[in-house]
Design a protein. Structure first.
Length: 458
């Protein structure tokens, strides 16, 4: 997150100031401009909080270096002087950016926090312990700033949300909400479970879909390079000397000629469709279509779909406190799935039905058509018996067990198919290469040439 401080002048000449946070510098400046236009303010200055490197000493002690975030250099100097230091130098950090911490680091922080909270440790002690042990600089500094703000009495939800670029939107929301709730341990534990499952899901999805696609694509490029450049260099020598080529060699040479004569067309076919699909999928409407198709894929689609329902149910269970306050848990659970189509159907169809028409949760969920019949049936039973919260947890655990087992088997099956595909391609290339051994020269004088070509080709 990027923090800004601005000063502006009202129409009556009064000078006011304020601050806000944004995901990026451009977004922050746009927010300030809109705020000024909406309130008819004349902007006087916009300052961005930056990191300053300082070097100080106290008396005759050895100089100490460090970092401090501030809006101006003068603020850092004033703060250090107030602490009794003699300032040697203060300079703005040249490369002031931090990489987002790895997901594993965030999962570890949330999980350990939940365990320490279960042991009845005060929250400020938990934060202090973890800040000292966390290795990732971005996460450590973010937690340090959060802890300082919470000690000053800042709203925990607003504080954590300012660091959603570090934790992620959902995680920041949950951690901020936990500090305000009466069940902090349960929310931290549920958030850790959610993060672990999402990390596992991404890993499985990468193993089942992305890695095989990349492998096949790279193999295809290697085959095209072999057929287009390496193979013709030898095969055309046989043609040059009028030697008849075997069927597979002749066909491969024709394919090579086609590829070399249509380089632009082949390149366009390989590059343009993926780029176009990627650009379309990055648009709001395209993202909805892509995420819907993801759940409709043969075999894998059902597992992905059930994983989304599992995430929804797990978050819903954590947030749900009664039918009178069911809208917010439904909205947050839908956002937590990470699927734009699932989220859109729940937020723009189920929630309006519940709010405007007073329809129950089960009927509203059924109208979205993103929940399985099993999930709808279980929610219906839970709604009738007043155990919808526990029903959500049961569904989450059931789908976790089912998808974990089936996803593991599916990944193994896909890996077998990829291995078989690679084997078939390599066998075909070997057969084409070995077929040159059947080429016979038209006269003995060319025997030496043929033997040379075979040794080079094979």
């Amino acid at each position: 997150m990027v923090e800004f401080r601005f000063s502006a002048e009202k129409a009556n000449g009064q000078v006011i100031s304020g601050s806000l946070s944004a995901e990026s510098a451009s977004e922050g400046k746009k927010k300030i401009q809109k705020l000024a236009e909406r309130n008819q303010l004349k902007l006087k200055a916009i300052e961005r909080k930056a990191t300053f490197l300082y070097k100080v000493r106290k008396g005759k002690e050895k100089p100490v270096t460090g970092e401090q975030k501030a809006f101006t250099k003068g603020e850092v100097v004033a703060a250090l002087n107030k602490l009794g230091y003699n300032v040697v130098s203060v300079n703005r950090k040249f490369l002031d950016f931090n990489m987002k911490p790895p997901t594993a680091e965030i999962v570890s922080f949330v999980k350990i926090s939940a365990e320490l909270l279960e042991q009845k440790l005060p929250y400020n002690e938990v934060m202090t312990l973890l800040i000292n042990d966390i290795q990732n600089k971005t996460l450590r500094e973010s937690l340090k700033d959060i802890n300082n703000e919470l000690k000053k009495g800042a709203d925990s939800e607003a504080t954590f949300l300012r660091y959603q670029s570090v934790f992620g939107k959902f995680t920041a929301y949950m951690l901020g909400l936990a500090s305000k709730s009466g069940n902090m341990t349960e929310i931290y534990r549920a958030t850790a479970k959610f993060l672990e499952r999402r990390q596992e899901f991404k890993k499985n999805l990468r193993s089942a879909l992305i890695t095989p696609l990349v492998t096949v694509f790279v193999l295809l490029l290697a085959v095209l390079f072999y057929v287009g450049y390496i193979f013709p260099e030898t095969a055309k020598l046989f043609v040059k000397f009028g030697i008849a080529l075997p069927p597979m060699t002749a066909f491969t040479l024709k394919m090579s000629d086609f590829l070399m004569n249509n380089k632009l067309l082949i390149g366009a076919v390989l590059i343009i469709p993926p780029v176009v699909l990627w650009r379309l999928a990055s648009t709001p409407k395209g993202k909805l279509v892509a995420h819907r198709l993801m759940m409709k894929m043969p075999v894998m689609g059902k597992l992905i779909h059930k994983t989304y329902i599992e995430v929804f149910c797990r978050v819903f269970y954590t947030m749900y406190s009664g039918s009178a306050e069911s809208i917010e848990p439904v909205r947050i659970a839908a956002e937590a799935t990470g699927n734009a189509y699932f989220e859109d159907r729940v937020k723009n169809l189920a929630i309006p039905l519940m709010v405007k028409k007073g329809i129950g949760i089960t009927d509203a969920f059924a109208a979205t058509e993103v929940f399985t019949e099993t999930a709808i049936s279980r929610f219906h039973s839970g709604e009738e018996t007043g155990t919808i919260k526990n029903t959500a947890l049961q569904l989450a655990n059931y789908y976790e067990s089912e998808t974990t087992y089936k996803m593991k088997n599916m990944i193994e099956l896909i890996q077998v198919f990829i291995a078989m595909f690679i084997m078939i391609v390599m066998i075909l290339l070997t057969l084409v290469s070995a077929e040159t051994a059947t080429i016979s020269p038209k006269n003995p004088a060319m025997g030496f040439l043929i033997n040379y070509l075979r040794s080079f080709f094979l």
